[in-house]
Design a protein around this ligand. Structure first.
Ligand code: NAD
Ligand code: DAU
Length: 342
């Protein structure tokens, strides 16, 4: 069995690959794994160091939009797990071009190559942001797609393309849509690692708007377990939600992080809101639960362990935290994106 894992040097993809190659998913024991990753500012080969010597593993540096390269990496029957994406909403507000390139064109190129090479299942890793924002209740897999940010619109486009390859060409496509992830190895542009590393360094944290926006948090290990289950047992042409079950406003989450890092509310800076900021996300994940999915990591324990990981690994995050993504400054508006070197 061969898996092509795109974006496998990023936060979630590398967690999936480490788990797979250390035997966490018996259905994929002994599989050969090719990671294809462009190694953008978000990709880091060090995330894969723990499994770099495993038999059957290789890391290829390249773009999922490079048709010749992806055709070469796929063999008949290869399974594709497409994690590769530009993922940060704030960056998509500052400049959406790379989001269209990777998330839309890149996914299209991969789908074409999978079809041409006779690949097996194509699992598209997607997000709850495709539905927009929901004030109460939860989305089901058939809720209308109403993305707002350029990031969400590009992920929605990729989902629609993937489903069109199932409906038109019969490609074996399955999509997972997940809520907000947290855990080790997440780039410090995202809320939990950004606040953690800033607080550990004695710095202030920027809370957007009124801080009452709600997110549903899931440990990255649980997300990856959901992906492997959908890859193994999901229906062809189906979408599966992977939910967190821990809904928190950003204010409440900030309070938890302040307590865990030994800081108080004087470290919080209220800054102008993100443009088009989604108020709340909530997924009904009963469809995947019917296949046996259950999140295992309790939030308080997962958060404590995650902060502990960042505390123990300044060498991992310091070079990344030095290059801030834009946040909404007091007075409004988003400054231009700051792209760190690779
Ligand atoms: P990440 O930003 O940490 O990693 C993305 C990876 O993709 C990086 O290694 C990067 O180098 C690589 N990449 C970017 N452009 C590429 C290209 N053109 N070709 C090849 N590789 C490329 O992202 P993440 O948080 O690990 O997210 C992984 C996937 O999960 C994404 O598709 C994202 O939309 C989805 N998702 C993320 C979350 C979350 O909370 N982080 C939640 C739901 C879904
Ligand atoms: O819901 C899934 C999505 O979760 C994924 O598809 C995205 O790839 C991932 O980045 C994440 O998107 P969010 O926009 O929800 O994540 P982010 O960490 O950027 O922000 C979480 C919340 O915290 C959001 O309401 C904005 C707020 N925030 C964020 C940052 C970075 C702040 O208040 N201050 C900040 O500095």
């Amino acid at each position: 069995m061969h898996l092509l894992v795109t974006g496998g040097a990023g936060f979630i993809g590398s967690t999936f690959v480490r788990a797979l190659l250390t035997g966490a998913y018996p259905a994929f024991a002994g599989a050969a794994v090719t990671v294809l990753d462009k190694l953008t500012y978000a990709g880091n080969p060090a995330n894969l160091a723990a499994v770099a010597d495993r038999p059957g593993f290789r890391l290829v540096s390249g773009d999922i939009a490079d048709a010749a390269l992806v055709r070469e990496l796929l063999t008949p029957g290869s399974l594709v797990v497409n994690f590769a994406a530009e993922t940060h909403v704030d960056r998509s507000i500052a400049d959406a071009a790379s989001f269209v390139h990777t998330n839309v064109t890149g996914t299209h190129v991969l789908l074409d190559a999978a079809l041409e090479q006779g690949a097996g299942r194509f699992l598209q890793v997607s997000t709850d942001e495709v539905y927009g924002s929901i004030d109460s209740g939860s989305w089901t897999e058939s809720s209308p797609l109403l993305p707002n940010s350029p990031y969400a619109a590009s992920k929605t486009s990729a989902d629609l393309l993937a489903l069109s390859y199932f409906r038109t060409h019969g490609l074996d496509v399955t999509i997972t849509r997940c809520s907000n992830n947290y855990g080790p190895h997440q780039h410090p542009e995202k809320l939990i690692p950004r606040f953690t590393v800033r607080l550990l360094a004695g710095r202030s944290v920027p809370l957007y708007g009124d801080g009452r926006h709600i997110r549903d948090w899931l440990h990255v290990d649980d997300h990856c377990r959901g992906i492997q289950l959908a890859l193994e047992r999901g229906e062809s042409g189906a979408v599966y939600h992977i939910g967190g079950g821990t809904e928190l406003s950003n204010r409440l989450l900030t309070r938890e992080l302040l307590a865990t890092c030994g800081a108080d509310w004087s470290s919080v800076r209220h800054v102008a809101d993100r443009k088009g900021h989604h108020r709340r996300y909530s997924l009904d994940d009963s469809k995947l639960r019917a296949l046996g999915y259950r999140p295992r990591v309790e939030f308080a324990e997962g958060l404590r362990a995650t902060v502990g990981w960042y505390r123990a690994h300044p060498d991992w995050w310091a070079p990344r935290a030095a290059y801030e993504t834009p946040y909404a400054p007091a007075g409004g508006g988003h400054p231009a994106s700051v792209h760190p070197p690779k």
